[in-house]
Design a protein around this ligand. Structure first.
Ligand SMILES: C[S@@+](CC[C@H](N)C(=O)[O-])C[C@H]1O[C@@H](n2cnc3c(N)ncnc32)[C@H](O)[C@@H]1O
Length: 242
């Protein structure tokens, strides 16, 4: 895990309270029986996957996040310690490997090799990101106050050995939350959470001030998904993957 990738445990409860889930349409490509949710955090995506009655292995390296996760999931979900680069899952068993807001914390080539190992032929590797819709002026302004990017990140899919080219889809949606929870949401972004305490408090105060007079807020996102399919284990495909 990278430095900022390790920052989540100390804000696990706030994370679970205010981070968004995912729009169901973004999960359409997930089929089959066994889904591996990597960097599962407190289980925002895990819960949605489990609701469709699939067996889910939720992999999370941070012990505090894992404790919250284990407390919120029901039967059918196995919570395990592990990383994207070392998945504690048997080879050729998973129908889908999913990353909610966590692929960017992984070493992409090592994580792709692990996904390729655990997936069945034609299995799906799905990467999801909820990106605040910075085309909306006030959303962009809050990002500016927080020192966060004011443009959309470049999510052009990279080529992953042994997978078909990534297919990008965008699903616009909104999270409704109290203005105080929107301030708390910013406190869970790693670029804010890892600031020096005084600096972080100053940033959060400026966001609070910008929201003066608001009670409930519809915070707009674009959920960006990138779907890859594992090429079959034919000799030719394996040769291409090397
Ligand atoms: C932004 S959170 C996303 C949590 C959850 N998937 C969600 O949708 O809310 C990123 C998570 O990735 C985990 N993480 C960081 N580096 C990782 C790695 N190399 N392998 C797996 N998980 C990692 C962090 O501990 C954290 O829980």
């Amino acid at each position: 895990m990278t430095g900022r990738g390790r920052s989540f445990g100390r804000i696990a409860d706030d994370y679970d309270r205010v981070r968004p889930g995912y729009p169901p349409d973004a999960l359409r490509s997930v089929v089959g029986d066994l889904v591996v949710d990597v960097g599962a955090g407190t289980g925002k995506l895990t819960a949605l996957l489990a609701a469709s009655r699939r067996r889910v292995v939720a992999v999370e390296p941070d012990p505090t996040m894992r404790t919250v996760l284990a407390g919120r999931v029901g039967p059918g979900v196995e919570v395990v310690d592990g990383t994207a680069e070392h998945l504690p899952v048997a080879s050729g068993t998973a129908s889908a490997v999913v990353y909610g807001q966590s692929w960017h914390w992984a070493d992409p080539q090592a994580a792709a090799a692990e996904a390729r190992r655990v997936l069945v032929d034609d299995g799906v590797l799905l990467l999801l990101w909820n990106i605040p819709d910075v085309t909306v002026d006030w959303v962009q302004e809050l990002n500016r106050l927080a020192g966060l990017p004011v443009g959309f990140p470049d999510l052009t899919p990279t080529e992953l050995a042994g997978f078909s080219p990534g297919v990008v889809e965008r699903v616009p949606w909104e999270q409704t939350l109290d203005a105080s929870d929107l301030v708390r949401l910013f406190s869970t972004f790693s670029r804010v959470a890892t600031r020096e305490p005084d600096d972080r408090d100053r940033v959060l105060a400026s966001i609070r001030a910008a929201l003066t007079g608001c009670t409930v807020v519809a915070y707009p996102y674009v959920c960006v998904s990138v779907t890859y399919r594992r090429e079959p284990r034919s000799r030719r495909a394996e040769r291409r993957a090397r």
